[in-house]
Design a binder for this molecule. Structure first.
Ligand SMILES: Nc1ncnc2c1ncn2[C@@H]1O[C@H](COP(=O)(O)OP(=O)(O)OP(=O)(O)O)[C@@H](O)[C@H]1O
Ligand SMILES: [Mg+2]
Length: 285
């Protein structure tokens, strides 16, 4: 239970400025985590978190814990170019993936291109920090649209500032994420590879027509494999078909998928896949 005193402490934390605030914040975070019985599966990894993220991010995390939206934070799953992903559990104890965009080290030049042409977000001309918040919201919104259209992707649970909480795609017992397609494919038979190839193209078509999205970074790195099915992840950069780069991104996605699956089967022509996804009349490659 969160008491009035806890809430008071929360305000104290917000009022902490400067570097001295960081230590106090972390100390209080630790205390809160302990008091609420939060499982820190891997204390060393949490230290990494403390070193990587700024005070405001830690504070936002603290609040999510305090509000009961996150009930456990576990080990690091991935340290990517723009974000870190941790194992976590949502308020009900369901396994979750906690993706936190790093405000300092994110690569804005490349990210800007995907944001600027998107009518949902193009009005956002803001500070680096606000840009990252908008990007996080965009990934959340894209995951929801994608999931609603029926494709297999993580269910998005919540976003707050640069923090995204979503369904954990992995082994719930060990907290290990499913392998990326590039790793899992080593064990595929040719016919299995071919089947998954067609299933991914079908998902690209559903994504385009059902969710009005082009993934724009689709490759064997951003597809996980659960042993039976593929799962498309990493949707921050996905754009609407009216984005000026949408055709280019879609062709790039198609080329990536065709290249990767050429080891299992004779892939379709890039143009044929484009027509299959978009429909012959709607857009020209
Ligand atoms: N929902 C999830 N469940 C389990 N693992 C996940 C989930 N989302 C991401 N991961 C893990 O984290 C890795 C990186 O995730 P993602 O591709 O979304 O982030 P990224 O910042 O683009 O990383 P990179 O820069 O490495 O591409 C994935 O390859 C996967 O191992
Ligand atoms: Mg990725």
């Amino acid at each position: 239970m969160i008491t009035e005193t806890d809430m008071g402490k929360n305000r104290d934390i917000e009022n902490n400025g400067g570097n001295g605030g960081t230590d106090k914040l972390i100390e209080k975070f630790d205390r809160l985590v302990e008091k609420k019985g939060i499982t820190l599966r891997d204390a060393d990894n949490f230290k990494v978190m403390e070193n990587v993220f700024d005070d405001q991010t830690l504070l936002a995390l603290y609040k999510l814990v305090n509000k009961g939206k996150i009930s456990a934070i576990g080990g690091s799953i991935s340290t990517g170019k723009e974000a870190n992903v941790f194992y976590a559990e949502d308020g009900d104890g369901h396994p979750a993936a906690l993706k936190i965009y790093r405000i300092q080290s994110a690569n804005f030049n490349t990210m800007g291109e995907y944001m600027a042409g998107d009518p949902r977000f193009s009005s956002i001309r803001k500070s680096k920090k606000e840009f990252i918040f908008a990007w996080t919201k965009k990934e959340y919104a894209n995951l929801i649209r994608a999931r609603d259209s029926g494709i297999n992707c993580p269910q998005a649970y919540l976003f707050d500032r640069n923090i995204l909480l979503m369904e954990f795609c992995g082994d719930r017992e060990t907290g290990t994420a499913y392998p990326q397609l590039r790793q899992a494919a080593a064990g595929f038979t040719k016919s299995q590879g071919e089947e998954i190839y067609h299933a991914i193209i079908a998902d690209m078509k559903t994504l385009f027509n059902g969710a009005s999205l082009v993934h724009a970074d689709l490759s064997e790195f951003n597809i996980l494999f659960d042993g039976e099915k593929h799962i498309i992840i990493d949707m921050g950069q996905a754009v609407l078909p009216e984005h000026p780069g949408a055709v280019r991104y879609l062709i790039r996605d198609i080329k990536n998928i065709n290249r990767f699956f050429s080891r299992f089967c004779e892939p379709l022509e890039d143009e044929a896949v484009f027509k299959e996804i978009v429909g012959a009349e709607r857009m020209q490659p």
